[in-house]
Design a protein around this ligand. Structure first.
Ligand code: PCA
Length: 231
């Protein structure tokens, strides 16, 4: 059976919970596509460098087909697959060990950015068909989530590990390739009781991530539909 590594951050910024952690707990050990693949959770510290090390160790251990990294983005109205990770830390708040890094590249000689190798357009389309609010996000921010996203994509593009798919590259079953990317999720309803911020139930978020996983495991070439924004 194939493994889908699903990572979620611990609570950060003084919040008591992180829906990403609740989501990976709910998914852990569950299967998709009639037992074709199973979710394996990884709880990730909201701490620079340590988060990357934790996920790389899990990739080494589980040799997954697919890596879905999840994080909370308060204010998002839906489930938002990220298009791109940028090589820059600019933390508006300290991470969970008090590090507040400003204007520092994540990998000093690394490229400016990496694209997600998930079929983000197809994932959004399938989530819409499943009744889940969703859109492509063109920025994962410049905090710990972008940091992890960039660090993992950099590792998957370096020569030694299993190679990552390039955007649009065909997925050839049986080849040792791993698709990876980041998905931001909204607040849970209990985190938005004042009614001034959007939220989504855990049930819907879990369903959304299952749809994303099934899409990423079955779509060989992403759809060409707009997910763009006018600034
Ligand atoms: N969201 C934060 C960090 C951890 C999380 O879940 C972010 O978007 O960077």
């Amino acid at each position: 059976m194939k493994t889908i590594l699903v990572t979620g951050f611990e609570p950060f910024g003084g919040m008591p919970l992180n829906p990403a952690l609740e989501t990976i707990r709910a998914l852990n050990g569950t299967q998709v596509m009639d037992g074709f693949a199973v979710f394996q959770k990884v709880c990730v510290p909201a701490v620079h460098n340590k988060c990357i090390q934790k996920v790389l160790a899990a990739i080494e251990q589980y040799q997954p087909e697919l890596v879905l990294m999840l994080g909370l983005a308060p204010g998002r109205k839906g489930v938002t697959p990220e298009r791109v990770a940028i090589n820059m830390d600019d933390f508006r708040i300290p991470d969970n060990e008090g590090n507040q890094i400003v204007d520092n590249p994540i990998v000093s000689d690394g490229p400016a950015a990496y694209f997600s190798t998930l079929p983000i357009k197809s994932m959004v389309h399938k989530m819409h068909l499943s009744g889940i609010p969703s859109s492509v996000s063109n920025s994962a921010g410049s905090f710990v989530c972008n940091h992890l996203f960039y660090g993992v994509m950099h590792h998957l593009h370096s020569p030694e590990p299993r190679k990552s798919l390039a955007p649009g590259e065909n997925l050839t079953p049986g080849k040792s390739l791993v698709r990876a990317g980041f998905i931001h999720i909204p607040l849970l309803p209990e985190q938005a009781v004042k009614g001034d911020e959007p939220s989504m139930s855990l049930e819907h978020i879990v369903k959304a991530i299952r749809v994303c996983a099934e899409t990423a495991l079955s779509v060989t070439k992403d759809m060409v539909i707009t997910g763009g924004e006018i600034a």
